[in-house]
Ligand binder design. Structure first.
Ligand code: NAI
Length: 271
C-alpha cells in the first residue's frame, strides 16, 4: 500500500500516544491528534469517541488511523460500552464513510487474558478471544469489528495485542510482556505500511528473552524488534523476587486482571 502520510491518533493524550507522538514524525508521518482531553499539537481536536459526528469530522482527510483512545483498564460495563464498544464502532463507521483504508487498533493481552501459560510453547496471535475483564471483552469486540469491516468494506486493520507498553518494564511479568516505546513505533509503522493485511492480529511485545508470546505474524508484517526487557531482569528480580508459579502473573496471559471482580469497588483492583 502507498505509505499513509497523515495519521490520526485517537487517545492522543495517553501514555502510548505520548511515545508515538515523539517517534512517528521521524518515520515521515504527519499526525492529527484527538482525545477527550486537550492535547498540544499543530493539528489537535478534542473529541469524545461517543460522539459519532465528532469522530467522523476527526477522521475526515486522514490516510490512516491509529486507534488508541478509550478506557485502558477495567471499569463498569456501561463505561466500557460507551468508550470502547460504541466508540470503536463510531470510529469504524467514520473510516468507512470517509474512505480511510487502514486502521491500527490497540487491542490488548486482556482480550486473551484467560489463556493459560501452562503449555510451554510460544503462544501465537491466532488464539481465539478469552477475555479476562469487560475491558478485555471490549477489545475482543474491537478485533471482531475490524474483521467485519475488512470483509464487508475492505477497511484493513492490524490489531495489536499489546503486552505492556511503558518506558521500562515495571514488574517481573513485564520481562515477558514489555513493548518498548521504540519497538512500539517500529510495529505501528510496519502495521501502517505492510500490504494486504485484511484483518491481521499480532502479538505486540519487544524481542524479550522471557516472552511467552510468538511474534511470527508481527514479523511477517516487517516488524523487527530491537529491544529486550532482559536488561532490566536483574534489578526487577532483586526488587520483587521470582514469580511464584501460583501467582496469576505466572498462570495466565492476563495476569492479575484475571483476579479483578467484574462488579463493585473491587473491580479495578488487580492484585
Ligand atoms: P491511556 O489511558 O494513557 O490513554 C487512553 C486515552 O484515551 C486517554 O488519554 C483518554 O483521555 C482517552 N479516552 C478515554 N475515553 C475516551 C473517549 N470516550 N473519547 C476520547 N478519548 C477517550 O492508555 P494507554 O496506556 O496510552 O493505552 C493506549 C491504548 O493501548 C488503549 O486503547 C489501551 O487499551 C491499549 N493498551 C495499552 C497497553 C499499555 O501497556 N499501555 C497494554 C494493552 C493495551
Amino acid at each position: 500500500m502507498t505509505p499513509p502520510t497523515t495519521v490520526l491518533l485517537t487517545g492522543a493524550a495517553g501514555g502510548v500516544a505520548g511515545f508515538l507522538r515523539a517517534s512517528l514524525p521521524g518515520y515521515g508521518y504527519r499526525l492529527r491528534l484527538t482525545d477527550l482531553k486537550p492535547v498540544e499539537g499543530a493539528e489537535s481536536l478534542v473529541c469524545d469517541l461517543g460522539d459519532a459526528d465528532a469522530v467522523r469530522a476527526a477522521v475526515r482527510g486522514v490516510d490512516a488511523v491509529v486507534h488508541l483512545g478509550g478506557i485502558a483498564l477495567e471499569d463498569t460495563f456501561d463505561a466500557v460500552l460507551e468508550a470502547n464498544i460504541r466508540g470503536t464502532y463510531h470510529l469504524y463507521e467514520a473510516v468507512r464513510l470517509e474512505g480511510v483504508r487502514r486502521v491500527v487498533f490497540a487491542s490488548t493481552n486482556h482480550a486473551v487474558g484467560y489463556v493459560p501459560l501452562t503449555g510451554g510453547a510460544p503462544i501465537g496471535s491466532d488464539v481465539p478471544p478469552r477475555p479476562d475483564t469487560y475491558y478485555g471483552l471490549s477489545k475482543a469486540f474491537g478485533e471482531n469489528l475490524a474483521s467485519l469491516y475488512a470483509d464487508k468494506y475492505g477497511v484493513e486493520t492490524v490489531s495489536l495485542r499489546i503486552g505492556s507498553c511503558y518506558a521500562e518494564p515495571r514488574t517481573v511479568r513485564m520481562l515477558a510482556t514489555w513493548l518498548s516505546p521504540a519497538d512500539c513505533a517500529r510495529l505501528v509503522h510496519a502495521a501502517l505500511t505492510a500490504p494486504d493485511v485484511g484483518h491481521t492480529i499480532v502479538n505486540a511485545i519487544s524481542a524479550n528473552t522471557r516472552a511467552w508470546w510468538d511474534l511470527g505474524s508481527a514479523r511477517a508484517l516487517g516488524y523487527a524488534p530491537q529491544d529486550d526487557a532482559e536488561v532490566y531482569a536483574e534489578a526487577l528480580l532483586a526488587a520483587h523476587g521470582p514469580l511464584d508459579p501460583a501467582d496469576p502473573d505466572a498462570r495466565w496471559i492476563g495476569g492479575s486482571f484475571t483476579q479483578a471482580d467484574l462488579h463493585g469497588p473491587e473491580r479495578r483492583r488487580h492484585p
